[in-house]
Design a protein around this ligand. Structure first.
Ligand SMILES: Cc1cc2nc3c(=O)[nH]c(=O)nc-3n(C[C@H](O)[C@H](O)[C@H](O)COP(=O)(O)OP(=O)(O)OC[C@H]3O[C@@H](n4cnc5c(N)ncnc54)[C@H](O)[C@@H]3O)c2cc1C
Ligand code: FES
Ligand code: FES
Length: 473
């Protein structure tokens, strides 16, 4: 069974809109694919026609326009994390992006995809609700702008027609008198969906709150504003009593459900805790203290943007003969018969490169980590046709025989391998980290390998191997 029938790679917004108009509800845009591929695999969505927008020019900008930050929908979470402008002027959004998945997920997963998937737990929605963002939607019929609060209609339901695409997110930035923060409670530090999240933005003039926005995620069918909590904050300073009252009112605004991650009562109580902590951090001006100065991105020396594809729309049809032409480990390849596969399967089944492993097939283990145009990504979440025109490096291309990469040698010297199943993924993440940060701290190493799971070694030896490769001893 294949997950799609036809895979288009358009090279302009106009071509994309034309394809959406022609294909109707059978088609979906695909950006990073980190949500859509899993939905297709789990059968919760059918989309025989995929339109890959990830290389369409003009959709990945981060641009200040007066007091508005204009973000393209293809901006990845890691680019939000890395952007000085986003950190300076839309800090809660940078925090939310940093909390998503792990580095290789953040390198492909886009802001636009996160907003359109519309899970109430998706982390970038609350900061954009608190900041008061507007979404720009385009189709061949024209353009419209929708305030983000009006865009969400229910669990995973948005005000978007099948022929429309999101082309821009306009964010009013924090004024000098405003401060904002995003907090997330999850069951572990990486690769974890929010049990509850909250974004709070306040305007403080001479110590008095003159405007407040409190947005809550994962506690209702859509992200909600806690309007009564906002109301009690306005008109006075951020004292302990006022913070406690606002936190109580925010908890009352929540209408959570019991699910596998938490019970409703626990979630409601955690809303109180998060909102109190968020407001206390803003009152004391310490909301930025835990944000890393040099977060590992695993995009090496690149700027995290994938190169464009030249020419006009390319089509790959399952069962037909259009080749996927790409460079793998420095060799040109023309692959036929892989149009309906993931890149992981193409590498293993069609090119015989079995060093890249499948652990989970859904982005949770990192065993399939490769470099796509110099950026670490998870090949189980990349459709094979996305590799057309791209440069790929797998663990086989890193070093072999007498010419091992220093990190491969360090893994041997430290004995950082037991069954070895996870090792190619760790090596690909670790080598990319060392290219980017040649002398990483222990904390940076832990962040870099947060998306790589090992069932055997207990991580100590793996971390030591990365440290050894960095110091060259
Ligand atoms: C292991 C793992 C961990 C994760 N952890 C988190 C987490 O901690 N927090 C979190 O919030 N999310 C998390 N996610 C979810 C996911 O990574 C994000 O939702 C991601 O941002 C989606 O973006 P994408 O580019 O991959 O979207 P895609 O999967 O390509 O698309 C998602 C949806 O949006 C539509 N779409 C995409 N772009 C456009 C556009 N421009 N116009 C119209 N429609 C569009 C697609 O048709 C599809 O319906 C995780 C995912 C995985 C696999
Ligand atoms: S993350 Fe790709 S196989 Fe587990
Ligand atoms: S060495 Fe066995 S899973 Fe890591």
């Amino acid at each position: 069974m294949t997950l799609w029938e036809t895979y288009y790679t358009p090279t302009s917004v106009e071509e994309t809109l034309q394809l959406l108009a022609e294909s109707g509800p059978r088609a979906r845009p695909i950006a990073g694919g980190t949500d859509l591929l899993l939905e297709l695999e789990r059968g919760v969505r059918q989309a025989p026609v995929l339109i890959d927008i990830s290389r369409v020019p003009g959709l990945d900008g981060i641009v200040m326009d007066g007091e508005t930050l204009r973000l393209g929908p293809l901006v990845t979470h890691n680019r939000l994390v890395a952007s000085a402008t986003v950190r300076e002027r839309a800090f809660p959004l940078a925090q939310a992006a940093w909390s998503i998945g792990a580095p290789a997920i953040r390198n492909r997963a886009t802001l636009g995809g996160n907003l359109i998937t519309a899970s109430p737990a998706n982390d970038t929605i609350p900061p954009l609700v608190a900041l008061g963002a507007t979404l720009v939607l385009r189709s061949a019929r024209g353009e419209r702008q929708v305030p983000i609060r009006e865009f969400y209609k229910g669990v995973r339901q948005v005000d978007l027609a099948p022929d429309e695409m999101l082309t821009e997110i306009r964010v009013p930035v924090l004024a000098p008198s405003e401060r904002g923060v995003f907090l997330k409670l999850s069951l572990r530090q990486a690769l974890a969906v929010s049990v509850v999240n909250a974004a709070v933005v306040v305007r403080l003039e001479r110590g008095v709150v003159t405007r407040a926005r409190v947005a809550l995620g994962s506690v209702a069918p859509t992200v909600i504003r806690a309007c009564e909590a906002e109301g009690v904050l306005v008109g006075g300073p951020l004292t302990e009593e006022r913070i406690a009252e606002a936190a109580d009112l925010a908890a009352r605004a929540a209408v959570p459900i019991d699910d596998i991650r938490a019970g409703a009562e626990y979630r409601r109580e955690m809303v109180r805790v998060l909102v109190r902590r968020a407001l206390a951090a803003l009152a004391e001006g310490r909301e930025r203290t835990s944000f890393p100065d040099h977060p590992p991105l695993l995009w090496g020396r690149s700027d995290g943007r994938f190169p464009r594809l030249a020419g006009r729309t390319v089509r790959h049809t399952v069962g037909e003969d259009e080749p996927i032409e790409c460079t793998v480990n420095g060799e040109n390849h023309v692959v036929r018969g892989a149009n309906g596969k993931t890149l992981l399967r193409m590498l293993r089944e069609d090119l015989g490169l079995t060093g890249t492993k499948e652990g989970c097939g859904e982005g949770e283990c990192g065993a399939c980590t490769i470099w796509l145009d110099g950026i670490a990504v998870l090949s189980c979440l990349v459709p094979a046709p996305r590799a057309h025109g791209a440069q790929i490096v797998t663990v086989e291309g890193l070093g072999r025989g007498e010419n091992l990469h220093p990190l491969q040698q360090a893994f041997i010297q430290e004995g950082a391998v037991q069954c070895g199943y996870c090792t190619p993924g760790f090596v690909m993440s670790g080598a990319k980290l060392l290219e980017e940060l040649p002398s990483p701290s222990r904390e940076q190493i832990l962040h870099a390998i947060a998306g790589n799971l090992c069932r055997c070694t207990g991580y100590y030896k793996i971390v030591r191997a990365i440290e050894r490769a960095a110091t060259g001893v």
